[in-house]
Ligand binder design. Structure first.
Ligand SMILES: Nc1ncnc2c1ncn2[C@@H]1O[C@H](COP(=O)(O)OP(=O)(O)O)[C@@H](O)[C@H]1O
Ligand SMILES: [Mg+2]
Length: 333
């Protein structure tokens, strides 16, 4: 990391909210100029709190951080000049036109109105909203509004842009389009981007480096490939109706490791799930074991998350069911 410029650095950054809520528990990181850096973690992990401290909207309880050498507490005004922030919640005013929203923020930064207007036009064009600048934000679709949010924070030419859950609530296609705009912002404006997300595909797709954060701590940091290559093999996870069945299944021989997320559930690491699934199914049948649910996890960020935190980042979206159906089809062939 020596010959690259560190643009953001934190040292033991801590935030404890009233009521002893330990939202951030000692974060150390270094972000390089030009990077897209992703914080990945489930709801409540402390992502927004970290962003809020770095962007000077709240003060850390202890520890420190600098952005371009400016201390986030002592030099907070200087920090604000060099950063842009797109918070998790929408900030644009529905009762204003698109362009007026940008101009309003420009006034806040004392940018002369003529300059503000031309800058606003450039920014609208960057996210393909040129034809909508004169339209009221209330008439925008969810995706258009998010695109506007993305550039409002860029009006004063910041060096670092914070994006807190930039695609939260958007459908998959709109999300993918947002990723293109985020990349375009980095490429065309040369800004360093720090984003948070609880969508694995999002950080996988966008971030040069990722920190997995859980319970206010960084669990691991690396490129997506680095994180994945730390894991060898696939994970086969099977849920049974009884603990006895689970124990019988765990005796399957050709495995690397085994663990029990729940007493009736077995998580087994195997070298290659594809080639071993037929044998595993045979083993299940021969031993009279009755599985309720079977899923295969590839070395994806899902698995990285599972491996490091012992749980899935989002169990609610039915990923396992899809994977199971896929594998069952493969078995039937
Ligand atoms: N203003 C606040 N006051 C008290 N607790 C808070 C406040 N903001 C967040 N928290 C708590 O701090 C923890 C981290 O929250 P947050 O940083 O918003 O996580 P994330 O953005 O990863 O979902 C959670 O337990 C949350 O309930
Ligand atoms: Mg958040």
């Amino acid at each position: 990391m020596s010959d690259e410029e560190i643009i953001v650095e934190t040292r033991d950054l801590v935030k404890i909210y009233p009521g002893e809520i330990k939202a951030v528990q000692g974060i150390n990181l270094q972000i390089k100029r030009g990077e897209i850096y992703g914080f990945l973690g489930p709801n409540g992990a402390g992502k927004s709190t970290t962003i809020k401290m770095l962007s000077t909207s709240i003060k850390p309880t202890s520890g420190s951080a600098t952005i371009m050498g400016y201390d986030i507490v002592r030099d907070s005004m200087k920090v604000r000049r060099v950063i842009g922030v797109v918070p998790q919640d929408l900030t644009t005013d529905e009762d204003l036109k698109g362009i007026e929203n940008i101009e309003m923020v420009a006034r806040f930064y004392d940018i002369p109105s003529k300059e503000a207007r031309s800058r606003a036009k450039e920014l609208l064009s960057l996210v393909d909203l040129s034809d909508f600048g004169e339209k009221y934000v209330s008439s925008y679709s969810g995706g258009m509004r998010k695109r506007l949010e993305l550039v409002v924070g860029l009006v004063h030419n910041p060096q670092v842009l914070f994006l807190d859950e930039p695609t939260l609530g958007l459908d998959v296609q709109t999300r993918a389009k947002m990723w293109d705009y985020i990349r375009k912002i980095r490429e065309e404006l040369g800004v360093t981007i720090i984003l948070t997300s609880h969508y694995l595909e999002e950080v996988d797709e966008l971030a040069d480096r990722i920190s997995i954060i859980d319970h206010g701590k960084i669990i691991v940091t690396g490129t997506s490939d680095e994180l994945k290559s730390n894991l060898k093999g696939d994970i086969i996870q099977v849920e049974f109706s009884s603990e006895a069945d689970a124990n019988k299944f765990a005796d399957y021989e050709d495995k690397i490791e085994v663990s029990y997320p729940k007493p009736q559930e077995v998580r087994m690491k195997v070298r290659d799930a594809d080639s071993q699934l037929p044998d595993i199914m045979k083993y299940i049948v021969n031993n009279g074991i009755k599985p309720l649910k079977l899923s295969v996890h590839r070395p994806s960020l899902d698995q990285v998350f599972l491996e490091y935190t012992g749980r899935e980042i989002r169990e609610e979206e039915g990923g396992d069911v899809r994977k199971m159906a896929m594998n069952m089809r493969r078995l039937r062939r």
